[in-house]
Write a new protein. Structure first.
Length: 95
């Protein structure tokens, strides 16, 4: 079964997509450590949609906005597994 993204944030052609990512910690506990994919969509010379992970200076504000939206979403929607707690646990070598 194909995995679907949890949430996508867009600003023009720039987007950040949140994907669930189950990981087994050193103590054997399974935890979800979401991953964020950022990309810019555009039509290539053959008029087909494609994406890139390269951004020009004019797109950096949009990139910042979608990354911030993804971060805020994760912090607000995962209070028990929130980013702050994950960061602390990662820093302590639990992952």
């Amino acid at each position: 079964m194909e995995q679907k993204p949890r949430k996508t944030f867009r600003a023009g052609s720039v987007r950040a997509t949140i994907w669930d990512n189950e990981t087994t910690m050193k103590n054997g506990e399974v935890a979800n450590l979401p991953r964020i994919c950022v990309e810019r969509r555009y039509k290539n010379a053959a008029n087909e949609w494609t994406s890139t992970n390269y951004f020009n200076v004019n797109e950096l504000g949009k990139l910042q906005a979608v990354i911030r939206a993804a971060y805020d979403y994760l912090v607000m929607h995962e209070p028990d597994e929130g980013t702050g707690l994950m960061a602390e646990r990662i820093g302590q070598g639990e992952y």
